[in-house]
Design a protein around this ligand. Structure first.
Ligand SMILES: [Zn+2]
Length: 100
């Protein structure tokens, strides 16, 4: 985790369980000129590989949950070229080499 003030690296100083799925972590910024100490939460939100010894009280999604939003493929981006000024743009005319 980066420091929220100076964006430098931080280190974990201590942590403690708030619940089965939630842990509070105390970070300290490693930038001695900053010295920020802050708390963050680390929460288990999804299971990637199901447990072989599942806890009966833990009920988390174990796969991708579709939303209403249609995800776009990473390569489905059609940005407008920076030099595309639309229909109102001036039309480039080749220079006549005989014109001074
Ligand atoms: Zn900092």
């Amino acid at each position: 985790m980066l420091c929220p003030h100076c964006a430098n690296r931080t280190s974990i100083r201590s942590s403690w369980m708030l619940s089965t799925l939630l842990r509070q972590v105390r970070y300290r910024c490693e930038n001695d000129e900053c010295g920020c100490i802050f708390l963050a939460h680390v929460e288990v939100v999804r299971i990637i590989v199901p447990s072989a010894t599942p806890h009966p009280d833990v009920n988390l999604p174990d796969r991708y949950v579709a939303t209403n939003a249609t995800p776009l493929p990473a390569n489905d981006v059609n940005p407008i070229p920076a030099n595309d000024d639309g229909d109102d743009a001036a039309i480039a005319v080749p220079l006549d080499p005989m014109t001074p």
